[in-house]
Design a binder for this molecule. Sequence first.
Ligand code: VAH
Length: 310
Amino acid sequence: KILVIGAGGQIGGELTLALRKKFGGAQVLASDLREESPLIKGTGPFTTLDALNKEAMHQIVKEHGITQIYHLAAVLSAVGEKQPLMAWNINMTALLNVLEIAKEEHLKRVYWPSSIAVFGPSSPKDNCPQQTIVEPTTVYGISKYAGESWCNYYFEKYGVDVRSIRYPGIISYKAAPGGGTTDYAIDIFHSALKTGTYTSFLKQDTYLPMMYMEDAIRATLELMDAPLENIKTHRSYNLGAISFSPNEIAAEIKKHLPEFTIEYQPDFRQAIADSWPASIDDSEARKDWGWEPEFDLAKMTADMLKNVKP
Ligand code: VAH
């Protein structure tokens, strides 16, 4: 039985739906600090859970016979820069609670997302490899990079089968994004459909690694399904799909909405974006567990414009 922590979030909600589709609604207990989101309501059991409360989390695991945890609760990059110590405390305490309980209860498997935000200005800008110079300059990136080392520690020392993916920016329409820097690529669709124009908080030529939610969910399930012997790292796997700039996604939208216009007013998030790679080398994921993206910019744009409710 699976526990999803952070089921109210952008990825947690869709992961909950995908896991319920795969294993059956009753097999997936969704949890979040906030009340049950409309996206998952009625598709299976839900409980509120503050991921900082280890006792409460442990109680839920024992009461429900949980054997796997997907931990999707975190403070993202932009919000994290506004409240650094709060972000560090939440991101690390919640992860250590999950790892400790996985050790004590001998859970079968744990999933925890890292991010391309672990990379900093000293990392290679293009085709950034999985193993390279990693000097994060955002609190979010610092917490994700530290978390990767903790995951490896619990695997090496206690045999906890925890697996992780460094997600790029994830684009989706089913749930609101959670305060990230890449979220301009979601906002742009809502704005284009609502007003026909968008003011981007990133400069026009800011390339960032991105991925459509369908690809991110499928990658997560494929990683978690892979035989343990195929998993060559319990830190985290680089994952890439598409790299584009605000200028490029605007041009793609214009193919569908010729009247669409964009302007640029970079804010504090520009510095965050500039510290990250423009594209990712995900050859390890392709080699170890057969990763292959399906959505390119054109296919994603068409799907977003078809489904976004402005
Ligand atoms: C953020 N969407 O912007 C997240 C992600 C790579 C970016 O980690 O913070």
